[in-house]
Design a protein around this ligand. Structure first.
Ligand SMILES: [Zn+2]
Length: 195
C-alpha cells in the first residue's frame, strides 16, 4: 500500500545497504578485494533493477517503472509500457504471481525472457549466424555467476516491496501518506496509496 515513490525510496535505500553489507561481509570472509567490490556492486545493481522490474508492473494503469525508464529514454518508456501490457492485464494487482517473494521475481524474469525467445524464433527461420550468437549469449548469461548475484539483489528488492505493501509496515513506520481503506470521501479522493 506504499505508493510508487515510497517503494522506489525503499529500493534505493536497500541497494545502498546491500552494497555496504556485502563489502563488510566480504572483508570479514577474507575474499579478494576485487571479488568483494564486483559482487557488492552486482548485488546492489540487481536491487536497483527492482525500480524497473517492480511487482507493481501488474497495476492496470501502469506503474512508476515507466517513469524510471522515461528518465533514460522517452521512446523506451512507451515500448516498456506496451511490453508489459499483457502482464498488467493477465495478473490482478497484488496477486501472489506478481507480489509474493521469489515467485514474483522469477515470474517477471520469465516474462522478460519472452523477448529473447521471440528473437530466437525469428533468427531460427531467418539467420543462422544470429541464431548462434543469440544461443551463445543466452548460455553465457546462465553460466555467468554474477547473473545470479544480481537476481538475489532483485529478489531482495521485491521482498522489501512485498513487506512494504503489508498493513503492519505502515503501523510500524506510521507512514504519513498512508490512508486506511475505509475512509471518508475526501480521504479516498486524496488517497495516494495505489502502490
Ligand atoms: Zn505493490
Amino acid at each position: 500500500m506504499a505508493d510508487g515513490k515510497t517503494h522506489a525510496a525503499g529500493t534505493r535505500t536497500l541497494a545502498m545497504f546491500l552494497f555496504v553489507g556485502q563489502i563488510t561481509n566480504g572483508i570479514h570472509q577474507g575474499y579478494p578485494l576485487q571479488t568483494i567490490f564486483f559482487s557488492s556492486l552486482t548485488l546492489s545493481i540487481g536491487a536497483l533493477g527492482g525500480l524497473f522490474l517492480t511487482p507493481d508492473l501488474d497495476v492496470d494503469i501502469g506503474s512508476d517503472s515507466e517513469d524510471e525508464v522515461r528518465e533514460i529514454s522517452p521512446l523506451g518508456a512507451n515500448l516498456w509500457w506496451i511490453y508489459w501490457f499483457p502482464y498488467r492485464k493477465l495478473i490482478p494487482h497484488r496477486s501472489p504471481l506478481s507480489h509474493w517473494p521469489v515467485i514474483g521475481t522469477l515470474g517477471r524474469l520469465l516474462y522478460l525472457s519472452i523477448a529473447y525467445w521471440i528473437l530466437l524464433a525469428v533468427a531460427y527461420f531467418l539467420n543462422s549466424t544470429a541464431l548462434g550468437i543469440l544461443q551463445q549469449a543466452g548460455i553465457g548469461l546462465l553460466e555467468f555467476p554474477y547473473f545470479y548475484i544480481a537476481v538475489v539483489g532483485l529478489a531482495s528488492a521485491d521482498t522489501l516491496h512485498f513487506l512494504m505493501d503489508q498493513r503492519i509496515f505502515h503501523k510500524i513506520f506510521r507512514q504519513r501518506r498512508w490512508v486506511p481503506q475505509q475512509q471518508t470521501w475526501w480521504g479516498k479522493a486524496f488517497a495516494r496509496n495505489q502502490g
